[in-house]
Design a protein around this ligand. Structure first.
Ligand SMILES: [Fe+2]
Ligand SMILES: [Fe+2]
Length: 494
């Protein structure tokens, strides 16, 4: 999802009237924010004559003048929790997030909505700007007017600030919080992906992997899922068939944690479940790659090997000493994740026993993720609703029907990351399920449309919003195939 894009229409490719291209302005803007951020932080500790402060001030000055020389003026404005540089929204990278957050929170506190620099600035002007800004008390509505008066008093006419827009308060707050979570979730997701890849590679090389990091990452996933499951679930729409094994493990872990959370499992149990899910297919690292990735049907001998992967997974996990006290539930969960509720499936059992809770949860997440992911040999995958429909048919024999119900409640009848058509003829992507089980067909969605110039615009809409005469404003008519519409769903979630 675009950062902080809630209710903001995204305009891409708008040409700027002067000087720089969008890309250049964006790059310079990010650099400028970082420099200004450092300078402001240092100024809160040191006086104006401090060497470090002066160095950061000179660097900021350079960054400002590099823009004003080409564009004549530079305006930084806060709007709906985003920062705009000369009317272009700045997108921050993960490492630039701290600077964004700094300005948004500081300006909000000081009731400042933005600043404009005209022409080329010198050190005296910027120094006055910094220390006047620092002297403003928090929460005072007259701050902007006072600031501008001070500048006029010092005969500085090239710097001006504007007061904070009243409506900015709530937007900035909620967006910042969401942004924080999203940035962390993305980091956790990709780090887990990298770490599971490392672990599997080491196992293949018969080395002992360090899995303590995996445990820490799963704990972070659990924390994130407790706060807002939709953020982690959104990331499962990243379906990468080149790195299927790793992606699959991480996705199954996210789904399993989310199901476990709905069942009310404790944080500790959720972490165990998340780890079990991450490691569920570990045994496949002992099955020859040609068999795991074989595009055609496996022959009998190959199937015999393939069916051993749960047991081989158990063997590997028992040797992973760093997992600490290995929970029996992890061992059993890996063992029985292909055991169906009618006890068919594999491994074959001598004594008939129902599959474990972890095994049953992982099985559902496993099948759903496998069906909805394009594979090397099957580039077209099932859409989320097709996959759920197929799974529902097997509910008596394969899956635990109650857990399947919970899972459908989680991903929805119109799952997060599917593409749907609304009765308003708009196209939308569900991104958050309705918490009311009666309203599973009314998720919150991102409506995407193109304006006259072909630019993509998006808005966030809650489908449970009532319209006139007791009806709903918008309803889903059917699901659509994203490939046909050339819509890259993932782009809307990261
Ligand atoms: Fe498996
Ligand atoms: Fe699997």
């Amino acid at each position: 999802m675009e950062t902080g894009a809630s209710n903001v229409e995204v305009k891409e490719g708008t040409p700027l009237p002067l000087g720089m291209s969008n890309a250049e302005l964006s790059e310079r803007g990010n650099n400028l924010l970082k420099k200004l951020h450092l300078m402001m932080r240092v100024s809160q500790i040191f006086g104006a004559n401090n060497v470090t402060f002066r160095r950061f001030m000179r660097e900021s000055l350079e960054a400002i003048n590099a823009i004003t020389e080409k564009e004549r003026r530079l305006s930084l404005k806060m709007l709906k929790g985003d920062i705009f540089l000369n009317d272009q929204r700045l997108r921050h990278s993960v490492d630039g997030f701290a600077s964004f957050k700094y300005f948004i929170t500081q300006w909000k506190k000081k009731r400042i909505g933005g600043v404009t620099f005209e022409g080329v600035l010198d050190e005296r002007m910027l120094q006055e700007f910094v220390y006047t800004m620092n002297s403003l008390p928090d929460g005072r509505d007259e701050n902007a007017a006072d600031f501008n008066e001070r500048m006029a008093y010092h005969k500085i006419h090239s710097i001006e600030v504007v007061p904070l827009d009243e409506t900015e308060d709530e937007d900035a707050d909620s967006i910042l919080q969401k942004d924080d979570q999203k940035v962390v979730a993305k980091k956790v997701f990709f780090e887990t992906l990298g770490t599971i890849k490392e672990v599997i590679t080491q196992i293949k090389q018969k080395r002992y992997p360090d899995v303590r990091k995996l445990k820490r990452l799963v704990q972070a996933s659990v924390r994130l899922a407790m706060e807002d499951e939709s953020i982690m679930l959104g990331l499962t729409t990243i379906k990468n068939y080149d790195e299927y094994t790793f992606n699959h493990s991480v996705n199954v872990s996210i789904y399993s944690i989310a199901v476990g959370r709905r069942l009310g499992l404790s944080k500790k149990a959720l972490t165990e479940l998340g780890i079990t899910a991450l490691l569920h297919d570990l045994g496949k690292s002992k099955v020859p790659r040609e068999i795991v990735n074989k595009p055609d049907k496996l022959d009998d001998a190959e199937w015999v090997l393939m069916k051993k992967h749960p047991l081989m997974g158990v063997e590997i996990v028992l040797n992973l000493k760093q997992l600490g006290e290995l929970n029996p539930r992890t061992v059993i969960g890996i063992f029985d994740h292909h055991l169906k509720t009618d006890l068919s499936g594999y491994p074959g059992l001598f004594r008939k026993k129902e599959p474990s809770l972890f095994g049953r949860i992982i099985q559902i997440a496993d099948v759903y993720d496998a069906m909805t992911t394009p594979r090397v040999y099957r580039k077209k995958s099932f859409s989320p609703d097709q996959a759920l429909a197929i799974m529902l048919k097997d509910r008596e024999t394969t899956f635990d029907p109650i857990l399947l119900k919970v899972f459908i409640g989680l991903v929805g009848i119109f799952p997060v990351g599917s593409l749907v058509l609304l009765d308003t003829k708009e196209i939308a992507i569900p991104y958050k399920m309705n918490p009311d089980p009666e309203l599973l067909d009314r998720p919150q969605v991102i409506v995407i449309h193109r304006d006259g110039k072909g630019e993509v615009k998006k808005s966030f809409v809650d489908l449970s919003e009532p319209g006139s005469a007791g009806a709903y404003k918008r309803s889903i008519v059917k699901t659509l195939d994203p490939n046909k519409y050339h819509i890259d769903i993932v782009k809307y979630f990261i």
